[in-house]
Design a binder for this molecule. Structure first.
Ligand code: NDP
Length: 286
């Protein structure tokens, strides 16, 4: 039976680190970091996410603001709001909760957020810097996964890592972070032939697809570390991952549960990213 990587406990530790850091930053720079979260419309899942993000910011003692905009706001009005926040010297991090209503172009929104305030790490400038190995904001979910791997002390150098899923927000940055640690990385996706065979090569298997139970125990190499990023609702409406936990946990050495795995880490790393943005801006000013 694999050991459980407790994302809830680890995310608490990360938030506590930030909470310790905030007064020191305030003493050094004369004010606290401030995160602004924008939600457009009333998507219930998004509302839960943004509430948790603002709650986490409050816990750490940093400043935060939740801006709730109506679902029928025009794209231009949203972009104008973002530009105003870009110019506001008291704002360090701007997060626009995705998905957005269909009439708003998400790419335009991401491009409009100032690179240095892009706490999600989705801006093209941050993506480019990640792939070039330069200073950047790393997207929260893959950053959280790396923190989990570091906490259990897994050596990545020379190991086979398989990332299932190639989205811009999880799969691709995840693969790059594993590559940076000298893992041999394979990215699998919907057109991968024989997903099971590919997954069985993995010493570290990260699954970010959005399909409940896609990866079963017979697809896991004995002793592998299994990270389940997926967040799905099963037939009973219960939150579950992409990995069939019951079978995979029999084979893995370490495994993340859902809920209580990667999800809380994403929010904790958002706090870290806000600090990163704050310090970078403050140091530039000095
Ligand atoms: P996307 O829908 O953007 O990407 C899904 C990826 O999975 C695509 O690359 C797709 O391949 C691939 N895929 C789809 N079907 C299969 C299949 N049968 N076999 C192999 N690969 C497949 O999703 P996201 O990356 O945004 O999110 C993935 C999951 O992670 C979701 O459940 C989401 O809710 C969750 N998530 C969780 C977070 C957390 O904090 N825990 C944060 C962000 C996401 P292709 O490119 O070929 O279409």
């Amino acid at each position: 039976m694999g050991n459980i990587i407790d994302g809830k406990a680890l995310s608490q530790a990360v938030k506590d680190e930030v909470r310790d850091e905030v007064p020191q930053l305030e003493a050094k720079y004369g004010r606290k970091p401030c995160l602004v979260v924008i939600i457009v419309g009333e998507n219930p899942a998004s509302q839960v996410y943004v509430r948790n993000k603002v709650k986490a910011a409050a816990y750490t003692g940093m400043g935060s603001e939740l801006i709730e905009l109506p679902a029928d706001i025009s794209e231009e009005a949203l972009l104008a709001k973002i530009r105003q926040l870009n110019e506001d010297p008291a704002v360090d991090g701007i997060l626009v909760q995705l998905p957005l209503p269909k009439h708003i172009d998400e790419e335009k929104v991401i491009d409009t957020i100032a690179r240095e305030k892009d706490v999600d790490g989705f801006h093209p400038g941050n993506v480019a810097n990640l792939w070039l190995g330069k200073d950047c904001i790393v997207p929260c979910t893959p950053a959280g996964v790396m923190r989990m791997l570091d906490t259990i002390g897994v050596e990545l150098k020379g190991k086979n890592a398989v990332v299932v899923g190639r989205s811009n927000i999880v799969g691709k940055p995840m693969a790059k972070l594993l590559l940076d640690r000298h893992a041999t990385v394979t990215i699998a996706h919907s057109r991968t032939a024989d997903l099971g065979a590919v997954c069985r090569t993995a010493d570290v298997l990260v699954v970010a697809v959005g399909k409940a139970g896609l990866v079963t125990g017979d697809m896991v190499k004995p002793g592998a570390v299994v990270i389940d990023v997926g967040m799905n609702r099963n037939a009973e409406g219960k939150l579950c991952g992409d990995v069939d936990y019951a079978s995979a946990s029999q084979v893995a050495s370490w495994i993340t549960p859902v809920p209580g795995g990667v999800g809380p880490m994403t929010i904790a790393m958002l706090m870290k990213n806000t600090i990163h943005c704050f310090v970078s801006r403050m140091e530039k000013k000095a």
